[in-house]
Write a protein that binds this ligand. Structure first.
Ligand code: NAP
Length: 313
């Protein structure tokens, strides 16, 4: 039975202290009863200094292996592409009974990369908080990042229910809502809701940038016409997004194929002057936006609540 005088986890180890790692620390500290001590690791001295100065960690280490000593919860908060290597480094140093998790934006590849290096004495429960900003590093985090947002847990088949339940309670303590699904289903859902929109944003911003020479900076001047919102998404960290596309290849290519087919329908409707089809497709898409606002996942305020004078047209 849980002891109300003890924190849920005695020692949390954060491997990587960037936007997500630092936000977990802020949110855990805000709650009070979630964690006792927090350790963290980063190979970069400046990150370790910043993490100590901001009180994100009680102890900062240069290696992940040192940071996980004695931890009963370990969360890997690095780019997806290095999670396997980190699992290899921490595997021999993990405390028996510890829960090992991550925050990576893809799940099947992380399970494949990390699981083989983790000892049978720990519980591996991968996770992905669907919350973020386009900023990176230990100073980018804030305590309310996960409030009301979803975190998806993808425990491997046959994983102990108790470890998943404890990690669910931890993320709920950080302010998140929690859903459990398979890694494969996660990757398909995120391919269409997150990965493809980022690919489109990166591409449209680059296309406009290439046109800029022709339009003599009008791209920047009139960016409120929709382009500006793509530039915010396209400001996301290139390392993180490179790793996401390399590690969720099949699901992204599948969704890209579907996207291409739907785009061809719109292209044909424009070419043939088929206003009925365009109106129907736009009305269907508008209804999706209403659903997102009604589900509390965004503001209904005009122009995302940016205030007067900045409205898009
Ligand atoms: P971030 O702010 O760039 O921080 C990344 C951290 O990982 C830094 O501490 C960095 O260390 C460390 N790191 C980078 N390369 C490493 C390597 N080769 N070996 C060991 N450590 C390394 O990134 P983030 O936004 O927190 O993202 C971290 C994870 O969260 C990613 O897997 C991403 O998919 C996931 N995620 C991100 C978002 C988002 O919107 N940003 C949302 C949900 C999930 P240094 O201090 O040495 O640079």
């Amino acid at each position: 039975m849980a002891d109300a005088t003890q924190p849920m986890f005695k020692r949390l180890a954060l491997i990587g202290i960037g936007l997500i790692g630092s936000s977990i620390s802020h949110a855990a500290r805000r709650h009070g009863g979630l964690v006792g001590e927090i350790t963290g690791s980063s190979a970069t001295e400046k990150t370790r200094e910043t993490a100590l100065r901001l009180g994100l960690v009680d102890k900062a280490f240069a290696t992940a292996a040192e940071a996980v000593e004695g931890a009963d919860l370990v969360i890997v908060c690095t780019p997806v592409g290095v999670c396997g290597r980190i699992a290899e480094q921490i595997g021999p140093r993990l405390a028996a009974g510890a829960i090992v998790s991550d925050v990576g934006s893809v799940k099947s590849a992380i399970v494949a990369d990390m699981a083989p290096h983790l000892p049978a004495s720990v519980h591996f429960v991968p996770a992905h908080p669907i919350a973020g900003t386009e900023y990176s590093g230990p100073e980018a985090g804030f305590s309310s990042l996960f409030d009301g947002r979803w975190t998806i847990l993808t425990p491997p088949e046959g994983a102990e229910g108790e470890a998943t339940a404890r990690l669910r309670a931890f993320w709920e303590g950080l302010g998140s809502r929690v859903e459990v699904m398979t890694p494969e289903h996660h990757d398909l859902v995120l391919a269409i809701t997150s990965h493809l929109p980022h690919l489109i944003a990166y591409n449209i911003v680059n296309t406009a940038e290439h046109l800029k020479r022709v339009t003599d900076s009008e791209v920047i001047q009139f960016s409120a016409g929709g382009f500006r919102d793509f530039t915010r998404i396209a400001a996301s960290d290139p390392t993180m997004w490179r790793d996401i596309f390399l590690n969720n290849k099949d699901a992204v290519l599948h969704m890209l194929g579907r996207f291409g087919e739907d785009l061809a329908v719109m292209e044909q409707a424009i070419r043939s002057g088929d206003g009925d089809t365009l109106f129907r497709l736009f009305a269907e898409a508008r209804a999706v936006r209403r659903g997102i606002v009604e589900a509390g996942q965004d503001t209904a305020k005009p122009d995302f609540g940016r205030g007067p004078g900045t409205g898009a047209s």
